[in-house]
Design a protein around this ligand. Structure first.
Ligand code: ADP
Length: 413
């Protein structure tokens, strides 16, 4: 008797797409194994000098410069590169495409399989995310056109924050006006906050439901969140990513009257103020640099503008740590993540200095160690664990996408 032919491997790869207005970032992952197979970026789409950089895992990067007129051409160019590595988009091993979608409003609390109704709802949310959602929609439409047979899943930056109670999610604004214009605090970086809060619980060897974590996502954009038992109860970004911490180029919190003042006294338009607060404020506005490495180098040389920028950045961060401590009541861990949080030991040291009374302390030796994985930097005796937890938004999107598709398939069978 001949043995039955082995079944083909179940499709387990997920292509994660993060589509910007003139860019397309992508990663191909196997979320079950937690493995990345390839990643890349197409920039300056629509210009003559578009650039595609593709890197197969463990291999040499390949770069192409030349016109890529639109997202459709960009995704086809990506598919060609993946093909060259034997990872083509027509492979039966590809299970789904996962899309990062910035704004899911109140409509989307979970990753969602995309159909025409979902597309229409993401479109309806454009007024609250005018920069991001149109670009995300372009990515989705392009991918659907290329692989109409494949499940496409939207994973929303806002979804993790939809568990915030009304007391945290509402501004103290006239209710009618707020509802009419859908003004509330949505929060962003949710995929990262979800991943890091879970990974922090794992680092402590505990279930996410048991621990309260303050997550500090400090990249070029930055946000803090208070996570109680795996559910977000507050976060620092609001209607848009402008609220909260001092960021690379964004002001974060300020008195809203600054805006009327700039309009009335500075005679600036809404668009000019938008650009000022989103692109020319924060660290870059304060000292001309938004890269924390450069700022620290200047601080060490005694540069007063860099010192002031650093001090304002740290002061705001401390205020949020204190606020979220009070919101949570009991804090088990403080987790630093993203470019600054994972790499800038002086930021971690300064943000936690003087917080011993709250049970928060950092061990100077552990803080100085440069390492890749999640790690504790607090002394063993500290009441609150302080951790450095590298974020991986693409892996989280792939994991959520795969879980949803696998669940759907098992329901069908
Ligand atoms: P985003 O995804 O928001 O663009 P990242 O999470 O990649 O940002 O973080 C980028 C920022 O991380 C840089 O602007 C820089 O300030 C900071 N950064 C990266 N590496 C280091 C480092 N070794 N030391 C200090 N800051 C760093």
């Amino acid at each position: 008797m001949t043995a039955p032919a082995p079944l083909p491997p179940a499709p387990a790869r997920v292509l994660v797409l993060n589509s910007g207005s003139s860019s397309l970032k992508y990663q191909l992952l196997d979320p079950r194994a937690g493995v990345r197979l390839a990643q890349g970026l197409v920039e300056r789409i629509g210009e003559r000098s578009s650039r595609l950089k593709h890197t197969p895992e463990g291999g040499e990067s390949r770069e192409h410069i030349g016109p890529i007129p639109d997202h459709d051409a960009a995704l086809k160019a990506v598919a060609t590169e993946l093909d060259r590595d034997g990872l083509g988009l027509d492979s039966p091993e590809l299970a789904a495409i996962g899309h990062r979608v910035v704004h899911g409003g109140m409509s989307f609390t979970e990753p969602t399989v995309i159909d025409d109704a979902v597309l229409a709802e993401i479109e309806r949310l454009i007024p609250v995310a005018p920069l991001h959602n149109p670009a995300n929609l372009t990515g989705i439409r392009t991918a659907r056109a290329l692989r109409p047979d494949l499940p496409q899943v939207a994973v929303f930056d806002t979804a993790f924050h939809t568990t915030m109670p009304e007391s945290a999610a509402r501004y103290a604004l006239d209710l009618g006006t707020a509802d009419r214009y859908r003004i509330r605090r949505y929060g962003f970086h949710g995929t990262s906050h979800a991943y890091v809060s879970r990974a922090t619980a794992a680092l402590l060897g505990r279930a996410p439901e048991e621990v309260n974590v303050i997550v500090l996502h400090l990249g070029n954009g930055a946000s803090a969140s208070a996570v109680r038992g795996g559910r977000c109860v507050d976060t620092s970004m609001g209607l848009t990513p402008l609220e909260g911490l001092v960021m690379g180029t964004r002001s974060g919190d300020l008195d809203p009257a600054v805006i009327f003042h700039l309009m009335r006294v500075g005679e600036m338009s809404a668009d000019e103020i938008d650009t000022l607060l989103n692109k020319r404020s924060g660290l870059i506005g304060l000292c001309g640099d938004n890269d924390m490495r450069e700022i620290r180098r200047r601080v060490d040389e005694g540069d007063p503008a860099a010192r002031l920028a650093f001090d304002i950045y740290i002061h705001r961060l401390k205020k949020y740590i204190g606020a979220y401590y009070a919101v949570l009541g009991r804090v088990d861990a403080l987790a630093f993540t993203a470019g600054v949080g994972e790499n800038a030991a002086p930021v971690r040291e300064a943000a936690t200095a003087g917080l011993e009374g709250l049970g928060i302390a950092v061990d100077a030796g552990l803080n100085a160690v440069r390492a890749d994985g999640a790690r504790l930097i607090s002394p063993g005796s500290a009441r609150v664990a302080v951790a450095v937890v590298p974020t991986d938004e693409e892996l989280e999107i792939a994991t959520q996408t795969y879980a949803l598709v696998a669940e759907r398939d098992s329901e069908k069978n």
